[in-house]
Design a protein around this ligand. Structure first.
Ligand code: TXA
Ligand code: MG
Length: 352
C-alpha cells in the first residue's frame, strides 16, 4: 500500500514546480487525486490498463463502470474518438473548459480497461486551474473518477479524499474546496438524439441553447429504482452518494412535509435511534428533531449543490441511523440536486 502524500497548491498562485512530483507519479502510472471545479478526481494515466486497474482497486469500484478521460485541449477529442460530430464541437466551444462530459465513440488508443469494456469514451475538459495545469504538464490523458470510496458521497475537499482513500493512493493535491460540489453533466452523443445521462451544473436549458434536440435519458427522470430501465451510464445503476444512515426524502406541500418529518423523527427518536433532518434555512427552526442541518436557502440552488455532499458526510460523522430530507424543485440545478439526493436515498421517497 502506498503512503498518501498531501501536497498543497494554491490555485490562485501556482508555479509549474509545484506539480513536479505529481507529474512524476502520474507518468509512472501511479494515482494522484486533484481538485476539479466539480468534485475531486482520482487521476491515473488513461492509456495504461495498469493505472486504471489501480483506480478501480483504490475506490473499490466495479470494473464495468467506465472512467472519464480528462484532457486539457479540445483538439484531443480527435485523438480519443473515431469521429467528432458537429454537436460535440458546438458543445465544446460553448461549455469547455467546464463541467460537461461528452460520450463519443472511442478510438483504438483508448483501452477498454478505461471504458469498462465499452466502445465509447467519456471525455471532459475541466476548468479548474490545478486540473488543467496537471494534465498539461503530465502530457497524458488523465482518467479520473470522483475521488471517493465507491458508493460514498463524492469529495469536495482534500480532507474528504484522505478520509476515504488514505493509504490507497499515492498523492492528493490539496487545492482547497471545489466550486460546484456536484459532478459534471454527462451528455451521450453516440445515439440518434443527444441524451443527458447525468444532470449537473450545465442544465438542460443551457444545453438546449446549443443543441435544442437534447433530452434526458429515461433513467434520469425516473423516480424509481426501476430494474427495467437500463441506465446508459453504468455508474448510475449503483447505489451511490450514500450516507451510512438510512435516508428518506419527503416531497409535496411544504407545510405537510415539515409536519410529516416531525412525526417520523419523533417516532425514531422514541425508538432510541439517532435521527437527523436535512432542511433548508427557511424551515430550519421548524423541526423538533435534535439534529438538523441546513443546506442553505431554497432560493440558492448553487449554494445547495456546493454543500450537499459535505452535509451527507457530516451525518456519517454523527453516526446517525435515520435522515429525513426536504425535497427540491426539479428544474434548473434542482434537477441535479434531486438526482444525487434520490440516489443517496436509494429512491426512498415519501409523497405527502
Ligand atoms: O465531475 C466529474 O465528472 C468528476 C470529475 C472528477 O471530473 N468525475 C466523475 O467521474 O464524476 P465518475 O467516474 O465518478 O462518474 C463518471 C460517470 C459514471 O456514472 C460512469 O458510468 C459514466 O460517467 N461513464 C463514463 N464513461 C461512460 C461511457 N463510455 N458511457 C456511459 N457512461 C459513462
Ligand atoms: Mg463518482
Amino acid at each position: 500500500m502506498p503512503e498518501t502524500k498531501v501536497v498543497k497548491i494554491d490555485p490562485r498562485n501556482m508555479k509549474d514546480g509545484d506539480f513536479e512530483e505529481a507529474v512524476k507519479l502520474l507518468r509512472a502510472d501511479k494515482l494522484v487525486a486533484f481538485p476539479t471545479e466539480t468534485v475531486y478526481g482520482l487521476g491515473g494515466n488513461a492509456l495504461n490498463p495498469e493505472a486504471s486497474a489501480k483506480i478501480y482497486a483504490a475506490k473499490g469500484r466495479p470494473s464495468d463502470n467506465p472512467l472519464i478521460v480528462h484532457i486539457a485541449d479540445p483538439k484531443e477529442l480527435e485523438v480519443l474518438c473515431t469521429s467528432v460530430p458537429e454537436t460535440a464541437r458546438r458543445l465544446a466551444r460553448k461549455f469547455w473548459p467546464g463541467p460537461l462530459t461528452m460520450i463519443l465513440n472511442k478510438s483504438g488508443i483508448v483501452p477498454k480497461s478505461t471504458t469498462g469494456g465499452l466502445d465509447t469514451v467519456a471525455v471532459r475538459l475541466p476548468s479548474h486551474p490545478i486540473a488543467r495545469r496537471l494534465i498539461e504538464l503530465s502530457g497524458l490523458y488523465i482518467a479520473a473518477p470522483s475521488a471517493n470510496a465507491s458508493g460514498r458521497p463524492s469529495t469536495t475537499r482534500a480532507e474528504h479524499v484522505i478520509e476515504d482513500l488514505d493509504g490507497r493512493i499515492d498523492m492528493v493535491i490539496d487545492g482547497g474546496s471545489v466550486e460546484i460540489g456536484l459532478e459534471s453533466t454527462i451528455v451521450d452523443l453516440t445515439g440518434e438524439i443527444p441524451l443527458i445521462l447525468r444532470p449537473g451544473f450545465i442544465t438542460i436549458e443551457k444545453l438546449r441553447s446549443v443543441i435544442p434536440e437534447i433530452e434526458y435519458d429515461k433513467a434520469v427522470v425516473s423516480h424509481e429504482k426501476n430494474e427495467n430501465i437500463v441506465a446508459k451510464a453504468p455508474g448510475m445503476k449503483y447505489r451511490h452518494y450514500a450516507p451510512t444512515g438510512d435516508l428518506t426524502i419527503c416531497q409535496g406541500d411544504l407545510e405537510k412535509v415539515i409536519e410529516t418529518i416531525n412525526v417520523l423523527t419523533s417516532a425514531r427518536e422514541a425508538e432510541g435511534k439517532r435521527t437527523a433532518v436535512l432542511a433548508t434555512s427557511e424551515n430550519f427552526d421548524r423541526y423538533s428533531c435534535k439534529i438538523v442541518k441546513s443546506v442553505g436557502s431554497r432560493n440558492d440552488e448553487e449554494g445547495i449543490a456546493a454543500v450537499l455532499f459535505d452535509i451527507l458526510r457530516e451525518f456519517d460523522e454523527l453516526n446517525v441511523d435515520y435522515i429525513y430530507s426536504e425535497s427540491f424543485e426539479e428544474s434548473n440545478l434542482g434537477q441535479a440536486i434531486m438526482n444525487r439526493l434520490l440516489k443517496a436515498a436509494g429512491y426512498s421517497l415519501i409523497t405527502v
